[in-house]
Design a protein around this ligand. Structure first.
Ligand SMILES: NC(=O)c1ccc[n+]([C@@H]2O[C@H](COP(=O)([O-])OP(=O)(O)OC[C@H]3O[C@@H](n4cnc5c(N)ncnc54)[C@H](O)[C@@H]3O)[C@@H](O)[C@H]2O)c1
Ligand SMILES: O=C(O)C[C@H](O)C(=O)O
Length: 328
């Protein structure tokens, strides 16, 4: 029997939490032979703590063989103690008519506190995934608030965008989702992101050549993927939850267990490649092996792509400037 892995989840009584925790506890994220201890953080409000109790009762009622323990707390120092993995989901979600920018100030404060707590008590190898929006900038804030942890440990979730793009491309081409590789979603998890299938392959052949429809790319594909979050909010009256939890499971599973050479998109601190200033948390293509991600380097950036990549970068830089006062 393997030693349990400590997985901290914030916002555990929220919508995404409700889809996420059961999949982690059933072994879908870290493997069917990997016991886990869930360390769940919620705000100190009575209603949230009560809801969290209910979720834990349901976890108990599943009798998951891999669930080796559950900690419930309103203190980040308890939730992140020795955490091997931290899923930072807790934040206020966007409602109808709101842009992610509206959430910036409100949610930024949460991530200075949580970054500092991770810095103080988490495992030095903790893998952090920020889901709460604006995810890239929140990840940047947490990273900057945790100077003793390697910055490469901080990532933001672009996987939902990646999966959304995959699904649109599969539908357009008539090919199976699983047959498509080498897709990239550059930049910010926001409508400015740039889903780029110029390098994508299907069974080794060029997907771009197969689709051969640049008009569709520019007028249908890019806006559909970019505005999918808003479309879900419009349809459900609530932001995406099950698909977001699914993407979080995919992101961590691939980071920990590897991608077997397949490209996935992760928001990671830039190393300066592709003209993205160092430190900016930006969606890039990576492969994962032995618990580490490696960027795909040397991709050719054409003029249209450069424009789109700069556009999403400009938004990230604006967000970063908007929270600079919180970072001292
Ligand atoms: N990156 C992505 O692809 C993606 C996709 C979907 C949603 N999101 C974002 O994920 C976040 C959560 O969405 P949701 O639908 O679960 O929201 P929700 O409101 O249902 O749940 C959020 C939970 O977080 C808790 N919370 C708030 N502040 C906290 C704090 N400081 N510490 C611990 N818990 C805290 C709240 O009490 C609430 O229970 C939102 O910011 C949403 O915009 C991101
Ligand atoms: O768009 C949102 O606010 C929610 C989430 O980020 C999404 O992409 O579904």
């Amino acid at each position: 029997m393997k030693a349990p892995v400590r997985v901290a989840v914030t916002g555990a009584a929220g919508q995404i939490g409700y889809s996420l925790l059961f999949r982690i506890a059933s072994g879908e994220m870290l493997g069917k032979d990997q016991p886990v201890i869930l360390q769940l953080l919620e705000v100190a409000h009575e209603k949230a703590q009560q809801a969290l109790k209910g979720v834990i009762m349901e976890l108990d009622d599943c009798a998951f063989p891999l669930l080796a323990g559950v900690v419930a707390t309103d203190d980040p120092m308890v939730a992140f103690k020795d955490a091997d993995i931290a899923l930072l989901v807790g934040a206020r979600p966007r409602g109808p008519g709101m842009e992610r920018k509206d959430l910036l100030q409100e949610n930024a404060k949460i991530f200075t506190v949580q970054g500092a707590a991770l810095n103080a008590v988490a495992s030095r190898n903790v893998k952090v995934l920020v889901v709460g929006n604006p995810a890239n900038t929140n990840a940047y804030i947490a990273m900057k608030s945790a100077p003793d942890l390697p910055s490469k440990n901080f990532t933001a979730m672009l996987r939902l965008d990646h999966n959304r793009a995959l699904s649109q491309l599969a539908a357009k081409s008539g090919k199976a989702v699983s047959s498509i590789d080498k897709l990239v979603v550059w930049g910010n998890h926001s409508p400015t992101m740039y889903p780029d299938y110029r390098f994508a392959t299907v069974g080794g052949d060029s997907l771009k050549a197969l689709i051969n429809d640049e008009e569709w790319n520019r007028t249908t594909f890019l806006p559909t993927v970019g505005k999918r979050g808003a479309a879900i909010i419009e349809a459900r009256g609530l932001s995406s939850a099950a698909s977001a939890a699914n993407a979080a499971v995919d992101h961590i599973r691939d980071w920990v267990l590897g991608t077997n050479g397949k490209w996935v998109t992760m928001g990671v601190p830039s190393d300066g490649s592709y003209g993205i200033p160092e430190g900016v948390i930006y969606g890039v293509p990576v492969t994962c092996e032995n618990g580490e991600y490696t960027r795909i380097t040397g991709l050719e950036i054409d003029e249209f792509s450069r424009e789109r990549m700069n556009f999403t970068l400009a938004e990230l830089e604006e967000e970063r400037a908007g929270v600079a006062h919180l970072l001292g």
